[in-house]
Design a protein around this ligand. Structure first.
Ligand code: AMO
Length: 428
């Protein structure tokens, strides 16, 4: 079906014949004329329709809000309607009539409660401000993909049904895999590392990660999208540099994009790199200076991160985490085994990415597995890749929803997930 997108119309000549298609957001009937507000994914426009015959009058009487229509008309650029542009309808077809009443109004000034919105997410997503979130997310990812591609990373797809945990034994969803027990993968960690042994040099993956975390917070989903990289002959500093350049490229891509069409353009600030780096120990010192207790060897609480984050305007790295709070594969620092060559990328109080240089020597890796209470035999398929020539390597995992959330200053991660999976929600 050939048609004009609504965002294009203001750029066309007055008097031009146009075809538009979309949803009827609002209908106002007078005696001899009807005004329809027609919305597509790029904008909204008023269409006028003369009620000068019985067929048209009948059709308008039958028309409900959110019905899908197609119309042909003449563009009027001297309209008293908002924006000064309207379409004077010549031909209107009803493609699909919406039931009434709607479970969720699209243009209602008062926002519905969270459950009503997410139970009717297909309607909730019709709101232009929701659609914009996913345009931003798409553009952000596109920018990061283009950047990684220009840096010679190969995009890969690793299994999501797996036999072993990556990020420690807890928080795993079990699945029945014929006569065996399997899990939904928490992260592509082990597979991206094995690909370093396979000689891929640089890989990235964008895919789902599953975490059976019991808590319900505004920052956690039970299924999220992870952007992962792994790079050979590299350490944590190389990985941090690749990360800040990736984040900058993604945000730049959003800032330069014109895909929002008629939607309000967002004020996106492209961050300057390099991002500041502060060690875990320095964060503790800062907390102590501010009268907040914190022991070495535990993770920061959200309240502690709020205080640490006050020192920075936007992105910063926390480096040199203690080995107690990092996964078994994390490389210890050469002259100080208490800490690791690891980092988190933070945006104020929010964690966006974790990464590290990895252990590439098999004996050390086995030792660390045991220290973490894991059984090396369960990881034999993985350890094998380290016995026959594993290069030094490093990488990171970035939560796409978290990055989108901070970019748009949204307070709940569910807003940036089309159909969020949380502790209580699995439908729709
Ligand atoms: P980590 O477990 O820290 O590290 O996860 C990496 C990033 O993924 C995002 N993230 C989440 N987003 C939403 N909901 C969740 N439940 C959730 N959990 C994590 C965060 C986080 O920073 N294998 C390592 C990465 C690596 O070292 O390469 C890993 O998975 O943005």
């Amino acid at each position: 079906m050939s048609r004009n997108y609504i965002y294009e119309l203001s750029g066309l000549e007055d008097g031009k014949r146009v075809d538009i298609a979309g949803w009827v957001q609002d209908i106002r009937k007078l005696k001899n004329v009807a005004f329809l507000m027609v919305r597509d994914n790029t904008g909204i426009i008023q269409a006028t329709l003369k009620l000068d015959n019985e067929t048209t009058k009948h059709m308008i009487n039958e028309l409900t809000r959110e019905s899908v229509i197609k119309l042909t008309g003449i563009l009027n650029k001297h309209s008293p309607a908002k924006g000064g542009v309207e379409v004077q309808t010549i031909d209107l077809s009803l493609l699909n009539r919406s039931l009434t009443p709607l479970p969720l109004g699209i243009a209602d000034p008062v926002e519905a409660d969270f459950d009503t919105r997410f139970n009717n997410r297909f309607l909730d997503l019709r709101k232009p401000e929701r659609l914009k979130i996913f345009h931003v997310e798409s553009e952000l990812l596109w920018g990061i993909r283009k950047f990684l591609n220009s840096e010679h990373f190969v995009e890969v797809h690793t299994p999501k049904i797996v036999a072993a945990a990556t990020e420690g034994g807890a928080d795993l969803f079990g699945v029945k895999y014929f006569e065996k027990n399997a899990y939904l993968n928490q992260s592509p960690q082990l597979y991206k590392e094995m690909l370093m042994s396979a000689g891929f040099d640089r890989v990235f993956e964008v895919g789902p990660a599953f975490r059976a975390e019991e808590h319900n917070t505004p920052r956690h989903l039970n299924e999220f999208t992870s952007i992962d990289i792994e790079m050979s002959f590299s350490d944590h500093n190389d990985a941090m540099s690749m990360l800040e350049r990736s984040v900058k490229a993604g945000i730049e891509s959003v800032a330069l994009s014109n895909t929002f069409r008629d939607l309000d353009s967002t004020e996106i600030e492209v961050p300057e790199i390099p991002f500041p780096r502060i060690s875990y120990q320095k964060c503790i010192d800062y907390l102590h200076k501010n009268g907040v207790e914190m022991e070495f060897g535990v993770d920061f609480s959200p309240e502690q991160l709020k205080i640490v984050g006050e020192q920075f305007k936007s992105f910063y790295f926390i480096t040199e985490w203690p080995s107690q709070v990092r996964a078994f594969y994390t490389m210890p620092k050469e002259n100080n085994n208490l800490v690791t060559n690891s980092f988190d990328l933070q945006y104020r109080d929010k964690e966006i990415t974790s990464g590290a240089q990895r252990i590439h020597e098999v004996d050390m890796l086995e030792k660390r597995l045991k220290e973490k209470g894991l059984n090396p035999a369960d990881f034999e398929f993985h350890l094998k890749a380290f016995r026959y020539g594993m290069p030094p390597h490093a990488g990171w995992g970035l939560g796409l929803e978290r990055l989108t959330m901070i970019l748009l200053d949204l307070q709940n991660i569910r807003e940036v997930s089309l159909f969020p999976r949380d502790r209580t929600r699995i439908v729709p």
